[in-house]
Design a protein around this ligand. Structure first.
Ligand SMILES: [Zn+2]
Length: 90
């Protein structure tokens, strides 16, 4: 079993460190997938232990810029040729 494998790829969760574990500045909200072991693996490759993570349902907090960027890149559906302008067709 690969413990890195996400339990559910439905949608990413928003998680951050619980208060008191790290400085407020590091409590940015990551976009993360839950792992089989209960930990979260953020798009920025930070791994948050289940005990250290707090899940956020609302759009609260300062987003992790790396996670945000990775998510944006991912959601841009790769390579549809239809999206490209047809050059020389005519
Ligand atoms: Zn992040």
């Amino acid at each position: 079993m690969d413990e890195q494998a996400p339990v559910s790829a439905d949608y990413p969760r928003r998680v951050r460190y619980r208060a008191g574990l790290v400085g407020e500045r590091q409590r940015v909200v990551h976009i993360a997938m839950p792992l089989a072991c209960g930990d979260f693996l953020a798009l920025c490759e930070l791994r948050l232990a289940a005990a250290e993570a707090e899940e956020i349902s609302d759009l609260l907090g300062m987003p992790c810029m790396v996670c945000t960027r990775v998510l944006a890149l991912r959601s841009r559906t790769p390579v549809s040729e239809q999206a490209r302008p047809q050059i020389g067709a005519g």
